[in-house]
Write a protein that binds this ligand. Structure first.
Ligand code: SUG
Length: 417
């Protein structure tokens, strides 16, 4: 098969909860302490994968990680049974579901050695995310074990924060054409932390053996981070030669657009002006946190959260776009409300890899039959609800472990147990 867009969705883990751990992520902060519904959350994710299969797209998945992460607690001299509530919440987070933060991916046409390179993100800015990388690396090393086609790199070391594909865009005249790779970093975020560092972006570009002439390092605007866009994919999304972004996404809008046009003359930049959709509305609706996908029949679709349909200013702008744009032909709302309540929309939930699916370990790829098996395990084993009191409950830990073990077995990934 030729180079294909494969979206690996992070399956929502059985410990999914709302602990308000992400400063600068407005949804996470405002839902702190709410009761979560891991079973519904994971089934919403499965339905999103089914919808993408229905569009004729290739779909993969990444598995939930062990929670509570006792190994991480041990490195801090703590034990789950006695850990303070905040530390335990950090060890219980299901945040690995947001696979756009698993790694940065440079597909084969962009790299000097003609392999697809993946660098696992260190996610070091937020404690609950900083311990994801080890299990992510283990999974990616299995999924992309074929070293003639893939190179999987361990994370960039501290102190350079790296949050993966959520801050990376590839623009190209087609999937198979050499692309330009855009790394978006933060320098200032007002009251909120900057999570993606320029030094990390530069390291990833070197590790991936990209042509320096076709790489851009772009500063995210302080206004965007301070407004709650803690990752670039909250204010911009790209696919092939199309960039859809908010007018306040980048620090130097004009300079950035000029660079894009110089390196990719046939680029189509669709900018949503703040006068039509204010930044706050864009962040609340997560309009840009959509999957912009190429449809097998031609044209593109925007797979977006139902929250953007519920926001009048957003939806009317999008309907106008579809009527006039030519490239984006369909709007496909998906319900991922449980993930959205922690600041993760459809694009956060997936890691996009351009590769030949025949080169990927098939156990990480899904069709409807495999998703049926996944959904059965979720329906039987995922907890129905979790409130903050329950995080310290040993019977919940046992339930979570059994759920994950059964899922690994159902997918024949016993080595992850
Ligand atoms: O890192 N939320 C995630 C959301 C990540 C979204 N990903 C992308 N934009 N690609 C984060 O802030 C919430 C955790 C909590 O509060 O329990 C959380 O980690």
């Amino acid at each position: 098969m030729p180079l294909t867009e494969i979206n690996f969705d992070g399956l929502v883990g059985p410990s999914h909860n709302y602990a308000g751990l992400s400063l600068g992520n407005l949804a996470s902060s405002s839902n702190a302490g709410a009761v979560s519904h891991p079973r519904d959350a994971a089934l919403q994710g499965v339905e999103k994968m089914r919808a993408n299969l229905g569009l004729g797209l290739t779909q993969g998945l990444l598995l939930p990680q062990r929670r509570p992460n006792k190994r991480w607690l041990t490195t801090l001299g703590a034990r789950a049974a006695k850990a303070e509530p905040v530390l335990l919440a950090n060890a219980m987070s299901a945040s690995a579901m947001w696979a756009a933060n698993a790694a940065t991916v440079s597909p084969a046409p962009d790299t000097r050695d003609g392999r697809c390179h993946l660098t696992v993100a260190n996610l070091m800015t937020m404690p609950h995310r900083s311990h994801e990388w080890r299990e992510t690396l283990a999974q990616l090393r299995i999924a992309f074990a074929d070293e003639t086609h893939f190179a999987v790199h361990p994370p960039v070391p501290p102190p350079f924060g790296d949050e993966g594909a959520a801050n990376h865009m590839r623009l190209a005249s087609g999937h198979a054409a050499p692309g330009i790779e855009v790394f978006v970093y933060g320098a200032r975020g007002g009251a909120f932390p900057v999570r993606q560092r320029l030094e990390a972006c530069q390291a990833v570009a070197r590790l991936h053996r990209l042509d320096p002439e076709r790489v851009l390092f772009v500063q995210q605007s302080e206004r965007a981070i301070a407004g709650g866009a803690f990752h670039n994919d909250v204010v911009a999304v790209a696919n092939e030669n199309l960039l859809l972004c908010h007018g306040q996404a980048f620090a130097d809008r004009d300079g950035v657009f000029a660079d894009f046009r110089r390196l990719l003359p046939d680029i189509q930049i669709v900018e949503v002006p703040a006068s039509r959709v204010p930044l706050e509305t864009a962040i609340r609706s997560y309009l840009f946190n959509s999957q912009l996908v190429t449809l097998p029949e031609g044209g593109m679709a925007l797979v977006l959260p139902t929250e953007s349909r519920d926001e009048l200013a957003v939806w009317s702008w999008l309907e106008e776009l579809v009527a006039t744009n030519g490239a984006i032909r369909r709007l496909i709302p998906v319900d991922v409300r449980e993930s959205m309540a922690n600041g993760g929309g459809p694009a956060c939930l997936r890691l996009r890899v351009l590769a030949d699916p025949a080169h990927v370990d098939p156990r990480f790829l899904v069709d409807n039959a495999r998703l049926d098996r996944v959904a059965e395990v979720i329906a039987a084993r995922w907890p129905e609800a979790i409130d903050s009191e329950r995080l310290a409950d040993r019977s919940l830990w046992a339930e979570i472990e059994t759920a994950r073990t059964e899922l690994c077995r159902a997918l024949e990934l016993d080595e992850l147990v």
